[in-house]
Design a protein around this ligand. Sequence first.
Ligand SMILES: *Cc1c(COP(=O)(O)O)cnc(C)c1O
Length: 411
Amino acid sequence: MGYTDLNAPLRTIMTPGPVEVDPRVLRAMTTPILGQFDPRFLELMNETMDLLKYVFQTENKWAFPVDGTSRAGLEAVLCSVIEPGDKVLIPIFGRFGYLLQEIASRCGAEVCTVEKEWGQIFEPEEVINEIKKVNPKLVVIVHGETSTGRLQPLEEIGRFCRENDVLIAVDAVATLAGVDVRTDEWWLDAVIAGTQKSIGVPSGMAPLTYNDRIEKILLARKKVERGLSGGSSNNSRRIQSNYLDLSQIQDYWGPDHLNHHTEATTMLYGLREGLRIIKEEGLEARLKRHQLHEKALVDGLEAMGVELYGDKAHKMTNVTCIKVPEGIKDEAIRGTLINDFGVEIATTFGPLKGQILRIGSMGYSCRKENILKVLGALEAALIKYGAKVNRGEALQTALRVYENSSEPVLI
Ligand SMILES: *Cc1c(COP(=O)(O)O)cnc(C)c1O
């Protein structure tokens, strides 16, 4: 049963992305096309940049989306900053750390990694000691590691990098707009996000921001491109990618609006509307909303008797991982949820595959009815497959969390 000729069913999507999209965003995406040099379109681009600065909590000059999914944003920052032979440190504590390692090594970096057991995060001193040992040009690190549901504290690492003239770029794809990400206060030089996670817009753009320390590198590498490098004193190499060259993309988003790619018009309409919704809700209220629904979910799961996975002190607010009970297949539970209840949750990757299930509560999907639905459906599936659960406890517990909330729960 679908509501268009695509026959795409209406789902309750409780994964770590893509997530459900506010109908306002979908409506905005049916707005007629404007040319990319239309004065109104230029205004829309500028409005989007301002809204992004608000969500990234930054005074940076540059904040814009790169067209392509989140990894296009990661790749744009890494290939624009890293020159062949540059030392790059990547602390890895889950699947997305390996993605950063792969991209950085494709850029020709001399990549140094330090790894943590999955389910853990790094104590800031551990990363700082590694920086002292390796002395990299750039540290690239994941903020919310979606594969394990862990949240890496960044402020101390960011401060150390700034004080020691090391750059730091952060994969905040899963966190931005659902978990606090303080670009400036945490001394982060570049931050990359994704639209289909906590921002709550379809997949297809990678909003990012960077400061003048990054821009300096871009401009130096652009001079090389124009043959203005000034001889042997400047060893910079031209940025290898055209599409992901941030120096060109910033010229497109800047006041001169120099032609580069053709902006993805419809995606921009969607992103702008998604960001306007965030601004109207207020970033702080939005983060609180994610916390409240997390509490209802986690308390409900614990009341059900389900075991949570990972270091509890560093759990992502918007991703909750549970252990799959002994003798039950993760895909069987996921299958019952989606086929019988229309509720989608996620399995995971690598060493944890089959052992945990991941429940996302991001953006527009992070709503009371969705939390209650996923708890009810999960309980039914677990009972069906013979797990021992405390029947009926989960929903009552979650309902009490909502009743006891000091603020009215509107959605
Ligand atoms: C989802 C995700 C990505 C990849 O995003 P795509 O949009 O699929 O390219 C990267 N990093 C993290 C932490 C993610 O959660």
